[in-house]
Design a protein around this ligand. Sequence first.
Ligand SMILES: NC(=O)c1ccc[n+]([C@@H]2O[C@H](COP(=O)([O-])OP(=O)(O)OC[C@H]3O[C@@H](n4cnc5c(N)ncnc54)[C@H](OP(=O)(O)O)[C@@H]3O)[C@@H](O)[C@H]2O)c1
Length: 336
Amino acid sequence: MPTSILLVGAGAIGSFFASRLASAPNTLVSALCRSNYAAVKSKGFRITSPKYGEYSFKPEHTFQSPEEIHGAGIKWDYVLVATKALPEVANPATLIEGMISPGTTIVLLQNGIGIEEPYHTRFPTIPILTTTTLAAVSQVSPGHIKHYAWGRISVGPYTPENPIEDTLADQKAARFVELLKAGGISDAQLHSHTSMQQVRWHKLATNAAMNPTSVLSGGTDSRIMGNDREISGHLLAVMKEVLATGEKVLGRSFGNEFATPEQTLKATRKSEPGSAPSMLMDWRNGNRMEVEVILGNPLRFARERGLEMPRLQTLYALLRRVQENAESGERRGERL
Ligand SMILES: NC(=O)c1ccc[n+]([C@@H]2O[C@H](COP(=O)([O-])OP(=O)(O)OC[C@H]3O[C@@H](n4cnc5c(N)ncnc54)[C@H](OP(=O)(O)O)[C@@H]3O)[C@@H](O)[C@H]2O)c1
């Protein structure tokens, strides 16, 4: 039996990884599309990549709505969720209601901290895999996915009640990594529950520093931020605060296998001119930014343990207000 995979959130990152999974032997990959439905239904996705070349990927089924998926009656082995993580807007688990059955594994391809909880609460007996991706991908026009650089994906089970024992989710994570590798993602890495959370906190350090700062500084690209003396000092301090908090929350220190904030900053200084962190792209496009999962949730996790994160708190307070002002229309036409 082929492995049936459903992508929910057929934007940049999801479509890229789905296209690689589709090239693994014996997989059937389908997609739920929204604004790119017409383009994908007629021609499939076109992927342009420095590593994989130019190729197309036509989903087995291209769905326009959750109802269409329910009607198809397919039992999915993996449901990949790659929407932006915006749990403050609506419970994200609601979107995949009716797509999950015994035997399904949920795979979350999203940034941030605490993104797994709504799914774990709604589907407590279903294996959940959580991932971080180090990849630069965007959808440049409907159905055209441009992969610019990197292709690392870290995959691990989300089993907070059972972080050590070998669980069904551990087995599903190992199988998912095999599928990614068979699809040409050589840098797919398998982790345990705790080590995966550590990878998430490490990724958060970069995201929580670069993303809000690029918006709050009036739209500054990564290279300029890294080379600005005052801003780079601020970025370094935010990254250090996040990593120090992550160590306390998880009870584990970040070893030599993790890049230090100084190394991350050095890489930022060399990034392509004009390269914009994802929040800045969302802001420029008038889309909601992932403020809660990147800033609000870590702050809440810290506070539940009696810890404070003053740098992050400042960024959160300011950026949340900037977003609310823009959305309420009070500052219409006065975007930063
Ligand atoms: N892009 C990257 O290079 C990158 C790298 C690392 C991590 N990430 C993370 O990956 C996640 C996804 O980011 P992305 O850049 O791929 O975002 P994206 O390009 O905006 O893709 C999100 C997709 O989800 C769709 N979607 C949202 N709500 C939906 C709904 N209710 N029903 C159906 N489809 C829905 C969107 O449809 P519409 O187009 O109609 O809105 C869009 O196609 C984020 O957490 C991001 O932080 C991204």
